[in-house]
Design a protein around this ligand. Structure first.
Ligand SMILES: O=C(O)[C@H](O)CO
Length: 327
């Protein structure tokens, strides 16, 4: 008889927020999957068996009650890079490790950053609406866009996603500035032609496009508020592909209304989705997508694979590819 596979708790299979059926087959090669429903039905028998929780789309919710009920839990494998939905201090106080998938998400999220920047600069959404409207008297000359080529892009957060954005922006001949907690190696800066701004204010003042690519932490909550928006050029565009709460949204609405900045392109907001009557949804100079940075066939597959690699590494006492350590 072969060795028993480790038991891993998951939210559910299929449905709106469940794990994709096509990934379940892969997961099942490595794990004995237990859904939350099965767990709740048969806690007594299952609670000692569960070694890991695979978190997808922020589910299942990891609360103290769940952590207390799983005495042999070793690792929470988050599928995705952002872990702001996990209470890291609480989880690690149970001796449980947390892992994430920064590599799997980087290309698809960087693509969304570029797509939003280009769409905003060239007024793509307005163009689509005009093309499909009954009014055929519009002329492009009345609503000119701007070029991203040779413009200055300021990237705030130069982790794996930020770096991939820089690579793409280089191909568009953009001047690239970046701010990050830790400066990148000189060779890495040279490869993408990026200049480090130790002071975030310098980046804000000089950039035509400011792209936010940081993790949401207490330090980055409301990182961009009224003061920061006022430092930006009145012709600048703010692009957010990380987490909504990195921006003070009320300050952003005010800045967009008063011409403090020109436009915003947001893949993330708070809450998600925004209430249908939210002012951001009514502004012509705002593009909003519903948090689709990782919504590609390839990214989701790689996220699952990277999460499995992390979980197996923890369970087999091997070096962990992507462990998240609370600060
Ligand atoms: O954090 C991420 O990787 C994406 O936002 C998907 O959750």
């Amino acid at each position: 008889m072969g060795e028993e596979l480790p038991s891993v708790l998951i939210s559910e299979i299929g449905g709106t927020f469940g794990i994709l059926e096509s990934h379940v087959e892969f997961l099942k090669k490595h794990f004995n999957l237990i859904t939350m429903k099965e767990f709740h039905k048969n806690k007594e028998e299952l609670h000692e068996r569960i070694k890991s929780i695979f978190v997808f789309e922020r589910r299942p919710v990891i609360d103290p009650e769940l952590l207390e009920s799983l005495p042999n839990l070793k690792v929470i494998g988050n599928s995705g890079v952002g872990v702001n939905h996990l209470n890291l201090k609480l989880i690690t106080s149970f001796g449980v490790k947390v892992t994430n998938t920064p590599h799997a998400v980087s290309d698809s999220t960087a693509d969304i950053g570029m797509a939003l920047m280009l769409a905003s600069a060239r007024r793509l959404v307005e163009g689509c609406c005009l093309a499909t409207s009954p009014d055929t008297t519009h002329f492009a000359v009345n609503w000119l866009g701007v070029e991203v080529s040779r413009a200055t892009l300021g990237i705030i957060g130069m982790g794996s996603i930020g770096y991939k954005v820089a690579k793409r922006a280089k191909a568009f001949d953009m001047k690239i500035l970046y701010h990050n907690r830790n400066r990148r190696k000189e060779e890495e800066e040279q490869e993408v032609g990026a200049t480090y701004c130790k002071n975030i204010d310098d980046l804000l003042q000089q950039s035509d496009f400011v792209m936010l690519v940081v993790s949401l932490t207490p330090e980055t909550h409301n990182l961009i508020g009224k003061r920061e928006l006022e430092l930006m050029k009145p012709t600048a565009t703010l692009i957010n592909i990380c987490r909504g709460a990195v921006v003070d949204q009320d300050a952003l609405v005010e800045a967009l209304q008063n011409g403090v900045i020109k436009a915003a392109a947001l893949d993330v907001t708070y809450p998600e989705p925004l209430p249908r009557n939210h002012l951001l949804l009514q502004m012509k100079n705002v593009i909003i997508t519903p948090h689709i940075g990782t919504a590609t066939v390839q990214a989701l597959r790689m996220m699952t694979e990277e999460a499995v690699e992390n979980i197996l590494a923890v369970l087999n006492d091997l070096p962990i590819p992507s462990e998240v350590i609370p600060k």
